[in-house]
Ligand binder design. Structure first.
Ligand code: BGC
Ligand code: NOJ
Length: 822
């Protein structure tokens, strides 16, 4: 069953009933001010950092789900009835309920007793505020006399502290109210230089800023006393729980509409100009007032909305495809690209499943996110690369995470995840191929943010590579450290104490457990680095890297191959993990996908065998599971992976992030049918009709779909913030559709299903728009290119002459001469 439909024309998903299986979320903001918003207006906002600058409160894991939001209540003056046009929090039965989640905005509303009310929520580009445009229409035959109430609950900035330190928090809340604007200024009196504000375009009948005054004792958001009575009481919060609520009287003739604009925002003042007059405790509002005044005008709000639309139009026009598959088209052209922006912005910090408190920006996560983002806003990708590299340690290792506000490595989580450094090479290579901006490699970048420690970025990459060479294990494979990509395969932890962190507790020396996955990653990253070195004229460096890669390739064949598939690791006892010798966890996806996509065993059949084993042991109708058989009990020497019940998360869940590794590997073997089949199994749009089973949003990837060992096989969890977004975007656009960026230009090397007659695409690349038409003329993947009417050898489009704006490419697919793609 479905809960809505795709409106591809408007680039929206339209939810037609509010009681979706889980809250279906969208993101507001794309630069510094962000929010999450559910289909019933739940969610919260923050400035840059969901932990350190949280504007509004949200109650994760509440019953019912999804409380705390951007709420509107309407109250009929005659009958005293009140309701929420977004369904939550009052949950009255509504007519024509609709939530349109679009690119950076959501429009939520419905009709109740002949009163239609819809609110458009969005964040204007370049501003630290959000706009709610509420339009109320009287569809009755009689005049309507209503009150509209807005409400948000303020968070006391540090979301962690806000949810735990009540002995202090109940005492510190402070607000100011001036010209109908509610200012939230907790801690502004001491060290903070920022505050929030909540403003309304209309003359208000009253306000409330103390939660208890608004809700009434022992009442919830579904039944606020003030709304029930029809009057706010102009309460001023001193301590307890500051909120912002306005009341507006609305009288509408039949058929008449009225718009009310609310603006919620964040503002900073220079430290020496915090107060006005100086020496007082009153917020200096000189610079914020013009901003508020501007956006309370509906015309300014509309203009800002049009600019946001135009921005997304241009971002999404960078790569557009028209294939025989509707799910591919809408994911590539709209939702997958959009999700890549969200993962770039949020990393794994704030979603319905990520509380915004613990995860900051992950080193490996953010580097991988670049694969799906770099073409959209290269300048921001560049900045991100420098920020990430600045948290690298002199050893070449890296802080596993950093806080976006401070840009400093997170000491609580620390370092020693031995895959981390290589992702920097992958991220930088993706940036170079997309932009051709080689100047980034000469950028001076510090280690651990220490001034004076700067070296060229290129040296950071060299140290990343060396990091593994300095940490080889007994078989010559990379030592795993705390964990590799699979944070839950903890081979040096041996934790027997409840609550202990599997990832930060390391009680083994770490000199024995090795990772075949890192070996595959090393091969891929090493080839990228060699390529970069060679282009910088460093011939002997290039050769050295290629030798090391070659050596690792041999080591993987010797100690990492199990007969039918790649082994996953060696544990602290030197025993194999992910081998036929194991009782459980005999075969893992990571080493199959990554070793094969890195090119190990492409020529001599190992990669093909590994793919055959994936199909035989790991593939399900809902995607490819992480390993088999699932661990049926907790194993001290394997760690968190075996802490999950079978079929969930890393214990044999369908961990969508690494399905595209297999997809890319299949394309490298020339298997277009297999690649596209796997792609479709986890494509959220293709799963829309089973929304009751899938349960998460049908427009974005989820981190996990429960595996075949789980009682809820096929049920997704942890949507939105997952490396799945970038990897699938990269897999479908660059490997299946084969429009692949490379240092010397754009390649066209599709490996698509045999049944496809062809497809068309446009791709903007280094200032040129490529119009590509792929036509199948035979059964294979061999490409013959005609570029602007002239035949071209190979699959690389030659760089066009200076000043060229458009290039027309025809690609004929014929019987394959060779299956292997470079
Ligand atoms: C999750 C992993 C995640 C890790 C991050 C684990 O509990 O299962 O997916 O990478 O936490 O710390
Ligand atoms: C989610 C984490 O964010 C990511 O870094 C990790 O690779 C996967 N989980 C697998 O454990």
């Amino acid at each position: 069953m479905q809960y809505g439909y795709f409106d591809d024309e408007r680039r929206e998903y339209v939810i037609t009933r509010p009681d979706t299986p889980l809250p279906w979320i969208n993101y507001l903001g794309c630069e510094a001010y962000f929010g999450i918003i559910s289909n019933t207006a739940g969610g919260y906002s923050f400035y840059r950092d969901a932990r350190l600058r949280r504007l509004t409160r949200y109650r994760y894991n509440n019953a019912p789900y999804d409380l705390g939001g951007r709420y509107i209540y309407l109250r009929d003056a005659d009958s005293g009835k009140f309701w929420s046009p977004s369904w939550q929090p009052t949950r009255h039965e509504l007519q024509n309920y609709e939530c349109r989640h679009g690119m950076g905005y959501s429009i939520i509303g419905a009709e109740y007793n002949g009163i239609e009310a819809r609110t458009r929520y969005f964040v204007p580009l370049g501003e630290n505020l959000e706009i709610w445009q509420l339009t109320i229409t009287n569809r009755r035959t009689a005049p309507a006399k209503l009150s509209a109430f807005s409400v948000v609950e303020f968070c006391l900035w540090d979301a962690q502290d806000d949810a735990t330190n009540f002995q202090r928090n109940f005492n510190i809340g402070q607000v100011e109210i001036e010209d109908r604007v509610i200012y939230h200024k907790t801690e502004y009196r001491e060290r903070r230089d920022h505050f929030a504000y909540f403003a309304c375009s209309e003359k208000t009948l009253g306000f409330d800023t103390q939660r208890e005054a608004f809700l009434g004792p022992y009442r919830g958001w579904d039944n606020p006393k003030a709304v029930e009575c029809g009057n706010l009481s102009d309460s001023v919060a001193n301590g307890w729980a500051p909120i912002g609520s306005h009341q507006v009287s609305v009288e509408l003739a039949p058929g008449e509409s009225k718009q009310i604009v609310f603006v919620l925002g964040y503002h900073e003042n220079p430290r020496d100009q915090k107060f006005d007059p100086q020496g007082s405790q009153v917020i200096n509002k000189r610079t914020v007032k013009p901003v508020i005044a501007k956006y309370l005008k509906p015309e300014s709000a509309d203009r800002a909305f049009d600019e946001l639309k135009a921005y997304w139009e241009s971002v999404l026009n960078i790569c557009r495809v028209d294939t025989p598959d509707v799910h591919t088209n809408r994911m590539v052209n709209i939702w997958n690209a959009y999700q890549c922006m969200a993962t770039f912005n949020m990393s794994r910090s704030a979603s319905f499943y990520e509380s915004g408190i613990g995860r900051g920006l992950g080193f490996r996560d953010s580097n991988q996110d670049l694969l799906g983002f770099v073409q959209m806003v290269p300048a921001r990708a560049r900045e991100r690369i420098i920020d990430l590299a600045s948290t690298q340690l002199p050893s070449g290792g890296a802080y596993h995470q950093y806080q976006p506000l401070t840009k400093r490595g997170n000491n609580d989580v620390g370092s020693n995840f031995n895959d981390d450094p290589h992702w920097l090479i992958i991220g930088v290579a993706a940036y170079l191929k997309e932009t051709g901006d080689w100047s980034i490699l000469d950028e001076p970048v510090p280690y651990d943010n220490q001034p004076g420690s700067e070296t060229a970025l290129f040296e950071h990459l060299q140290r990343s590579f060396q990091y593994t060479l300095d940490r080889l294990g007994p078989h010559g494979l990379p030592l795993i450290g705390r964990a590799d990509w699979n944070d839950c395969l903890n081979l040096n932890c041996f934790s027997d104490t409840p609550g202990q962190s599997f990832q930060t507790t390391t009680n083994k020396e770490g000199k024995i457990a090795e990772s075949v996955f890192i070996a595959g990653l090393f091969v891929l990253a090493g080839r990228e680095l060699a390529e970069i070195a060679s282009r910088r004229g460093l011939k002997s460096e290039c050769e050295r890297y290629l030798n090391e890669v070659q050596q690792m390739d041999q080591t993987v064949r010797k100690y990492g191959w199990d007969g039918e598939w790649f082994i996953r690791a060696y544990d602290d006892f030197g025993n194999k993990v992910g081998s036929k010798e194991c009782k459980e966890g005999k075969i893992f996806i990571e080493s199959q996908g990554f070793c094969s996509l890195a090119g190990i065993g492409l020529e001599d059949g190992l990669a093909q065998k590994s793919m055959d084993s994936v199909r035989k042991y790991l593939a399900t109708d809902h995607g490819i599971v992480l390993q088999q058989p699932a661990y049926s009990q907790y194993y001290l020497h394997l760690g968190e992976i075996s802490s999950y019940p079978p079929g969930y998360k890393e214990n044999a869940g369908i961990f969508c992030h690494n399905n595209p590794w297999v997809i890319i590997a299949e394309t490298r073997l020339g298997n277009g049918d297999a690649a596209f089949d796997y792609y479709s199994r986890i494509n959220p749009s293709a799963r829309e009709s089973i929304s009751d089973l899938h349960r998460c949003e049908p427009y974005v990837y989820a981190q996990m779909i429960a595996g075949k060992d789980a009682p809820t096989h096929g049920e997704a969890k942890n949507s939105w913030l997952t490396g799945t977004a970038a990897w699938n975007y990269y897999a479908i656009t660059q490997w299946i559709l084969g429009i692949r960026v490379d240092h010397d230009g754009l390649r066209v090397a599709p490996v698509v299903p045999g049944s496809w007659r062809g497809f068309t695409a446009t791709r903007k690349f280094r200032g040129v728009t490529y119009h590509i038409e792929v036509i199948r003329e035979g059964t294979g993947n061999h490409v013959e290119l005609i570029v602007d009417g002239r035949p071209v050898e190979g699959d690389l489009i030659p760089v066009p002459p200076e000043g060229t704006t458009d290039v027309h490419v025809k690609a004929m697919l014929r019987a394959a001469k060779t299956a292997v793609r470079s």
